[in-house]
Ligand binder design. Structure first.
Ligand code: UDP
Ligand code: MG
Length: 141
């Protein structure tokens, strides 16, 4: 049975600053997923409090907001059958130090000694998260 899904991907500020936007999006495009939205955006603390609602009360949250507002992000919506699982697998483990080679975080990320986890990209983790996050980043959609 067909399971067409959409997923929100963010190329985070470190990915944009390091010129990795094309490679991150290109890997998903090369696999055949369809690009349906794309925007360069400056995240605000208010927007992040909704996007990262599940993390707001965690000890790392202030550092996460600092990181995510440190420069523009590229927000993308990709579409295809089971694209959420595919893109999460491509992203790799949250901490790039633990992310497998071949994944985006494992190929392009590292620990920079900043005390936070700078890991190039975000990807929605479920159809529910994807719908919620797409509405946050693309309210016109
Ligand atoms: N994060 C962090 N420290 C932590 C856990 C997470 O700085 O101990 C950041 C990291 O940028 C991560 C984001 O918070 O990507 C969201 O965390 P989550 O556990 O949802 O990881 P993800 O879904 O991005 O793999
Ligand atoms: Mg997450």
């Amino acid at each position: 049975m067909s399971q067409t899904e959409q997923v929100l991907v963010l190329v985070k500020p470190d990915g944009v600053a390091r010129g990795l936007v094309g490679r991150v999006i290109g890997r998903a495009e090369a696999r055949g997923y369809r690009l349906v939205r794309l925007a360069l955006r400056q995240a605000t603390p208010e927007l992040l409090a909704t996007h990262y609602a599940e993390h707001v009360s965690k000890p790392f949250y202030p550092a996460l907001v600092e990181y995510m507002t440190s420069g523009p992000v590229v927000a993308v919506v990709l579409e295809g059958e089971r694209v959420i699982t595919a893109v999460r697998t491509m992203a790799g483990a949250t901490d790039p130090v633990n992310a497998a080679p071949g994944t985006i975080r494992g190929d392009f990320g590292r620990d920079w000694g900043t005390g936070d986890i700078r890991n190039i990209m975000h990807a929605s983790d479920s159809p529910e998260s994807a719908a919620r996050e797409i509405a946050i980043w693309f309210p016109e959609a």
